[in-house]
Design a protein around this ligand. Structure first.
Ligand code: 5GP
Ligand code: ZN
Length: 112
């Protein structure tokens, strides 16, 4: 999708600090890190919100990719949080689905 920020990152039109890439998913550091470790995992296919997702395998890949990266980066055992926001009440700002992975510190609230 031409006017989507994350599609532009996938296309290489906007730079990002990439952590992992294959033909289906891309992981890159969040530009505004809310924790010592904060990266996003996105599908290469444009899916606007979690409400539009119907591919269980792809959705599972986002989660497994985040976990694999957390292990590689050495914070899987201490722990991390996986979050996917949906629409206004969920706080979604970029309308290309993305799984946040936050780690490297103890989360200060049950969610958020
Ligand atoms: P949301 O609130 O939609 O779940 O989260 C969007 C996330 O994308 C935010 O954490 C924000 O910091 C991140 N973000 C927004 N624009 C960019 C960008 O251009 N590059 C990167 N790497 N992250 C971005
Ligand atoms: Zn997109």
């Amino acid at each position: 999708m031409t006017d989507c920020l994350f599609c532009k990152i996938i296309a290489g039109d906007i730079p990002a600090e990439k952590l992992y890439e294959d033909d289906r998913v891309l992981a890159f550091k969040d530009i505004n890190a809310l924790a010592p470790e904060h990266f996003l995992v996105i599908p290469k296919e444009h899916i606007s919100t979690p409400n539009d997702a119907d591919n269980a395998e792809l959705m599972g890949e986002l989660s497994l990719t985040a976990t694999r990266i957390a292990k590689e980066r050495g914070f899987a055992e201490s722990g991390y949080r996986l979050v996917m926001n949906c629409n206004a009440d969920g706080g979604q700002v970029v309308f290309h689905i993305h799984l946040h992975c936050l780690g490297g510190r103890k989360m200060t609230s049950p969610i958020g």
